[in-house]
Ligand binder design. Structure first.
Ligand code: SAM
Ligand code: DTB
Ligand code: SF4
Length: 320
């Protein structure tokens, strides 16, 4: 699949924190209305992208991300697995294609991909592209050469979340810093990859941190092509296991503000969706979310089931 340049540049990139905070403080009605208006001006409101996730390498990660089931620093009871064979990945991708996925996102619990894995990763990208799916990978930090290799193989998107604000980052991860994240995003973009980058809500951050995180995303020029907004899926054994959950309203507000700041970005109502009822999800879509993770499993935790999504969100009735 090629790298058609997406034109996200004519939008505003110099939102101040005050302006962003003021959007958050609008009445709920007004905020949703404004976000929905921007959404309808720039996107097809009926379309919700289906992105299917597959964890291609599980656990034993040297990073200490306080939210993650796959960090070797915490005892989360997760069984470690080596890099999946290419054939198995392609089989999963073919299944995803069959159920209507548009994008296939492959995740690996690495700080950075080892050189020995590159040939297999390249085969995966080519195989998934050949199925007619968009390809996304999330493999940790990339050096210039690695980003170039992935791009050359035909990778469409690189996912690398900034996760939270620069100010709060050190409370969540200590084995790398916020700037390391921006550096990898920069390498990915330089190599011609589209960016998928967003964050996780409910990691003990304040509203000001959420404002700051959105400002960082909106400052990127062009805007990231994809922005996933996750709500923390609490993992037993991690430092954030008991973090206070943000309420549904704050998640919906965050999506709405993100839509106003980044009018054409594919905005994903990401992990944690299984805890939202139908009406709350509908509000997210009205406010401009236009993508979900589709499939029974996220990386290591359960998602909304495909059956439930087909009945409630996509209104597809299984053939009898
Ligand atoms: N190791 C790579 C990295 O960190 O970029 C790729 C895999 S990592 C699991 C991908 C992303 O999943 C993280 O950046 C984080 O935003 C998200 N994530 C991980 N655990 C999560 C959780 N418990 N709840 C919500 N999102 C989570
Ligand atoms: C993203 O923003 N969320 C996804 C994907 N990008 C890689 C991961 C969610 C993980 C949820 C917890 C788990 O299943 O381990
Ligand atoms: Fe490793 Fe990624 Fe999990 Fe952090 S989020 S521990 S880098 S797999």
């Amino acid at each position: 699949m090629g790298h058609a340049l997406t034109n996200l540049t004519p939008f505003k990139h110099d939102w101040t924190r005050e302006e962003i905070a003021a959007l958050y403080e609008l009445s709920f009605n007004e905020l949703i209305y404004r976000a929905a208006t921007v959404h309808r001006e720039h996107n097809q409101p009926e379309h919700i992208e289906k992105a299917v996730l597959l964890n291609i390498k599980t656990g034993a990660c040297p990073e200490d991300c306080g939210y993650c089931s796959q960090s070797a620093h915490y005892d989360t009871g997760l069984e470690r697995e080596q890099l999946m064979p290419v054939a198995e990945v392609l089989q999963a991708a073919a299944q995803a294609k069959q159920v209507g996925a548009e994008r296939f996102c492959m995740g690996a619990a690495w700080r950075t991909p080892p050189a020995s894995a590159m040939p297999a990763l390249i085969e995966m990208i080519q195989g998934v592209n050949d199925l007619g799916l968009e390809t996304c990978m999330t493999l940790g930090m990339l050096k210039e050469e690695q980003a170039q290799q992935l791009s050359k193989a035909g990778l469409d998107y690189y996912n690398h979340n900034i996760d939270t604000s620069e100010e709060h980052y050190g409370q969540v991860v200590t084995t790398r810093n916020f700037n390391d994240r921006l550096e990898t995003l920069n390498q990915a973009r330089q190599a011609g990859l589209k960016l998928c980058t967003g964050g996780i809500l409910g990691m003990g951050e304040s509203r000001a941190d959420r404002v700051s995180m959105l400002q960082t995303l909106a400052q990127m020029s062009p805007h990231p092509e994809s922005v996933p907004i996750n709500r923390l899926v609490p993992i037993k054994g991690t430092p954030l296991e008991n973090a206070e959950r943000i309420n549904d309203e704050e998640w919906i507000r965050t999506l709405a503000v993100a839509r106003i700041l980044m009018p054409k970005t594919t905005l994903r109502l990401a992990a944690g969706r299984h805890e939202l009822d139908w009406a709350a999800q509908a509000l997210c879509f009205i406010a401009g979310a236009n993508s979900v993770f589709y499939g029974d499993k996220l990386l290591t935790t359960p998602n909304v089931t495909t059956d439930e999504d087909n009945q409630k969100i996509f209104k597809i009735h299984a053939a009898s």
